[in-house]
Design a protein around this ligand. Structure first.
Ligand SMILES: Nc1nc2c(ncn2[C@@H]2O[C@H](COP(=O)(O)OP(=O)(O)OP(=O)(O)O)[C@@H](O)[C@H]2O)c(=O)[nH]1
Ligand SMILES: [Mg+2]
Length: 410
């Protein structure tokens, strides 16, 4: 976006003077799921603070999305000086480390780097605090690096919450609206999505999406994951059991409902096992089950836009399903159910040869979880794990109790 915007602060007397644009530049961290939820958060922050959003898309993000804003590009220009973080002053040292007086705020730098990415030491950023937002408001260019869905923290800031409450009457549909507004698959990705959908999913009576994310494949046997997935699907009647007494299809059973199961995973074995299972035995309900998987990349690949297009295709296809089972704590899954606006079944996150009961739980809302949400009040009082839940519509995440998420109508 290159147009000059009017800022409220520039309204003087009876005339409104055009001022220089203020910008927020998004900088990537981690996988595509993390990137998409943090871009959505940064976009909302840009809207609330009247900034132009630009994104640092390196070649690994090329060819994924269409431009979201007509007749302009959101990609940071190649010749921009803001591609590198070196020599930039940081929010941490300029705003956080000092108790800024109003005079100090006048001498803030024109560019600041804000690190909102998760760090093992888990520092509190106090980004959810009005006084820090006031200081940031004086800075022309903010560069935000984040892998988090920090939207819930925007609802904690009083000066934003009025607008946010008006913008989102349904509090659990923020990513649904923002994500679908921003992320239009490119022609290449859209072609793959529609061809796959038309070939395997369109004619089914019901579409079931299963996202099998294995975080520690070396320590988690496939059989343990498969058992967990089946327990979740069968106990909750997402998929039917096999009729072990009647291996041949019961001719009297006239229910020939067709269920299409979309499996997304880095590995092919889960879909193959399911396909074999439903090929070898008839279902007790008479339902006919087809199992399909668009890709199986084996491992997360870095600096590879073709791999990222496949990930986008998988997430988007999941979002076209009627029922979703996604893996706990997976931001890839968050994008899928957030896009769809559907509460998923959250599969327990296995990391070893174990079992867990229940295998999955129904989520509270379709919103992504903000994993490393603020824990401190703005006056710096002692940390409280569930500080965020003292705000309306913000609840502890079912899949990650350090995190919070937006929930509607509870
Ligand atoms: N195509 C495809 N890629 C996947 C799948 N699961 C993981 N990946 C790849 O691995 C990356 C994982 O990063 P995220 O998208 O953030 O997903 P996540 O489940 O939160 O994983 P981590 O961030 O690594 O904890 C994805 O972006 C893909 O590149 C899958 O089912 N299909
Ligand atoms: Mg992730």
């Amino acid at each position: 976006m290159t147009k000059v915007m009017m800022s409220n602060s520039s309204k003087t007397g009876n005339h409104v003077s055009a001022t220089m644009c203020k910008y927020v530049i998004w900088s990537p961290a981690n996988g595509l799921g993390n990137r998409m939820i943090s871009i959505a958060s940064t976009f909302l922050y840009a809207v609330l603070t009247e900034r132009v959003l630009l994104v640092r898309f390196e070649p690994d993000m090329h060819g994924l999305f269409c431009e979201p804003f007509q007749e302009s590009t959101w990609v940071l220009p190649m010749d921009s000086p803001f591609w590198k973080n070196e020599n930039l002053e940081t929010y941490e040292s300029v705003v956080l480390a000092r108790n800024l007086t109003l005079d100090d705020q006048l001498s803030l730098p024109s560019v600041l780097f804000i690190d909102l990415q998760y760090r093992p030491e888990d520092p509190e950023r106090f980004f959810h605090c009005g006084h820090n937002q006031e200081a940031l408001n004086k800075v022309d260019v903010l560069i935000i690096q984040s892998d988090q869905y920090f939207v819930p923290s925007l609802f904690m800031i009083q000066s934003f919450s009025l607008d946010l409450n008006k913008m989102f009457p349904e509090k659990d549909a923020v990513f649904h609206h923002v994500g679908r507004y921003l992320f239009h698959p490119s022609n290449e990705a859209w072609g793959q999505i529609t061809r796959f959908y038309d070939a395997y999913l369109a004619k089914a009576n019901e579409r079931i999406g299963l996202q099998v994310r294995v975080f520690n494949p070396a320590s988690t046997p496939q059989q343990a994951v498969m058992n967990l997935l089946l327990s979740c699907a069968i106990e909750n009647k997402i998929l039917p059991e096999i009729d072990t007494r009647n291996p041949v299809s019961n001719a009297k059973n006239t229910n020939h409902t067709l269920k299409a199961v979309l499996v997304t995973s880095l590995y092919p074995e889960y879909a193959e096992n399911l396909r074999t299972m439903y090929l070898r035995g008839a279902t007790i309900t008479g339902e006919v089950i087809g199992v399909y998987q668009p890709s199986h990349e084996q491992e997360q690949k870095f600096n590879d836009n073709v791999h990222n297009i496949k990930a986008l295709v998988d997430m988007y296809l999941l979002s076209l399903c009627d029922v979703l089972v996604t893996t706990s704590v997976s931001t890839f899954g968050y994008v899928a159910h957030g896009f769809r606006g559907l509460k998923p079944w959250l599969l327990y996150r296995l990391t070893s040869d174990e079992t867990h009961s229940p295998a999955c739980v129904r989520d509270l809302s379709p919103e992504p979880c903000y994993h490393f949400a603020p824990q401190h009040q703005c006056n710096g009082l002692k940390p409280e794990q569930h500080f965020g839940t003292s705000f309306p519509h913000i609840f502890e995440c079912k899949d990650f109790n350090r995190g919070v998420k937006l929930v509607d109508g509870v």
